[in-house]
Ligand binder design. Structure first.
Ligand code: TNX
Length: 509
């Protein structure tokens, strides 16, 4: 059977079908509405060394047909049809059909996994019938661009690699104690002062509005929605260093480039209310206007220096201001301490697979107010944890943290179930899953890729595939098959020992 990650809902070897032998030229035939998806697929196939055309050709050509058509309601379909697709490979060619362009794009990524990374020679592909749709609507990865900053082109490269695994949200953690990484016209010192520097005196930086627009557009072409996060009311030292009027004592804070958390906070003092509320309106308004997606993430985590009453007051003001922009609000699970959350607020759960402390109560409180949950249990889904038997790192420095119950193996990243974490939270309450990559230890995009790949494949499968079909042994075999595709794409993944990687290519990378 073919190797697809995440595992599709249905995959069959059609009886009596013989393999597809690719002609020298591939011809992608798409309706006008699917032209953009067809062009992206064509570019990927050309990059693998095959001649591809999207127009009529004389002579033989293997036909790849992309058709947007309403799906027959399938008896086994369990989820919304937005990203559903059907893919058939036969000796006659490839047929990809989906009710939406997003579905066509997801199906095109499956096709890319069925084909070898090098298409320059003779290629035979086994016949297969795939019917697929995701279990959860939200399958995300978070990139912290504060603790270390990553250039636009590096983020675009990451987006391509995530698209191959059908990840559909990229959460950008844009602000924190160490830096403010997004241009805000009405508060220019946020970046002119607040963007300087990063952890360990690494270079700082920020995205202009056009930079972020480029990331958003590139992601959108791959049916990935960017979720911007402005972390409030804690994790705000960069803003507090740029604008003294946000501090209770009216004095600007010193810049901070260490890795401690929980020491900074917006002020709930009445004499700071005017400046703080104006800051919230301006910043959240500009970020909402800049991002076409439905989401605004307001942080809310680890506000340990904010008195409890002040925290509730600030979260109420922050979430109300965020909701007033027309966006749907997401916050880390601590925001469940507020009893005044806007309709449909989403809590991102970051505690453990076995819940500790009040995190489970926080999550239940958000759901009780009509909200939903994104599951990011830190001991399983956090992509910034170290590997227990770490393969050689790109820079030779150790990478990853271990505070979430120690290092996280690929098996641990795969072995959790979103509905089995918080009592009283069921499938319908769960919007999806996300793997955060905090960037304290990652100096380069190569470092990021090492921590993200292969564990993000586990997260992608938990978010996409039917729960009952997951099998750890079968999973590592399919991940091994991704290795050559990642090698060809230049992804510097970690060759973790539990995967039977093909070849010896990367052992001494
Ligand atoms: C906790 S988990 C944080 C981040 C750190 C991370 C390191 C959460 C919502 N906040 O501020 O970067 O730990 O793993």
């Amino acid at each position: 059977m073919t190797s697809i990650v995440p595992l599709p809902r249905v995959q069959q070897a059609p009886a009596g079908e013989t393999p597809l032998h690719l002609s020298e030229t591939l011809r992608i035939e798409a309706e006008p509405g699917a032209a953009a998806v067809a062009e992206l697929l064509a570019a990927s196939l050309r990059a693998r060394g095959r001649r591809v055309t999207t127009t009529e050709v004389d002579g033989p050509a293997t036909r790849i047909a992309l058709r947007q058509q309403p799906a027959e309601p399938s008896a086994t379909a369990t989820s919304a049809p937005e990203e559903a697709y059907t893919l058939d490979v036969t000796s006659a060619g490839v047929e990809l059909t989906a009710p939406t362009r997003a579905g066509l794009f997801r199906g095109s990524q499956t096709l890319l996994q069925l084909l070898p990374p090098d298409l320059s020679g003779a290629v035979a592909v086994d016949a297969v019938h795939v019917e697929d749709s995701p279990r959860f609507a939200y399958r995300g990865v978070m990139l912290d661009v504060v603790r270390h900053f990553f250039a636009v082109d590096e983020v675009l490269g990451l987006i391509d690699a995530l698209a191959l695994l059908k990840i559909n949200h990229l959460h950008l953690h844009l602000t924190d104690d160490q830096g403010w990484r997004i241009e805000i016209d009405s508060w220019p010192r946020l970046t002119s002062v607040g963007a300087r520097g990063a952890v360990d005196d690494a270079p700082g930086g920020f995205y202009t509005k056009d930079d972020l627009r480029r990331i958003i557009a590139y992601a959108a072409e791959r049916y990935i929605t960017v979720v911007p996060e402005i972390d409030l009311p804690g994790h705000t030292n960069a803003a507090l260093s740029a604008y003294p009027e946000l501090n209770a004592d009216g004095v600007a804070r010193e810049p901070y480039h260490g890795v401690e958390v929980g020491f900074s906070s917006l002020s709930a003092a009445p004499e700071r209310a005017e400046a703080t509320d104006r800051f919230l309106r301006d910043v959240l308004g500009e970020v909402a206007a800049l991002t076409p997606g439905p989401w605004l993430h307001i942080g809310g985590d680890e506000s340990w220096s904010t008195p409890a009453e002040d925290y509730r007051d600030l979260v109420r003001r922050i979430t109300a201001t965020a909701a007033a922009t027309g966006k749907r609000v997401i916050g880390w699970h601590e925001i469940g301490a507020s009893e005044d959350l806007p309709a449909g607020t989403v809590a991102q759960y970051w505690s453990y697979v076995s819940p500790v402390g009040d995190s489970a109560d926080n999550v239940r409180a958000v759901v009780a107010q009509g909200g939903q949950v994104i599951m990011s249990p830190a001991d399983a889904a956090y992509l910034d944890m170290a590997y227990p038997e770490p393969p050689a790192t790109p820079g030779g420095r150790p990478l990853g943290l271990d505070w979430a119950d120690g290092a996280t193996s690929l098996a641990q990243a795969y072995g959790w179930e979103p509905t089995a974490i918080v009592d009283g939270i069921s499938e319908a309450d769960i919007l999806g899953v996300e793997g955060p990559l905090w960037a304290e230890t990652t100096h380069t995009m190569a470092d990021v890729e090492y921590l993200v790949f292969p564990r993000v494949a586990a997260l992608a499968e938990i978010g996409w595939s039917p729960a009952g079909e997951r099998d750890a042994e079968d999973f590592v075999a399919r991940v091994a098959a991704l290795g050559p595709a990642w090698d060809a794409a230049g992804i510097r993944y970690a060759r973790v020992p539990e995967v039977p990687w093909a070849g010896a290519a990367g052992d001494d990378r």
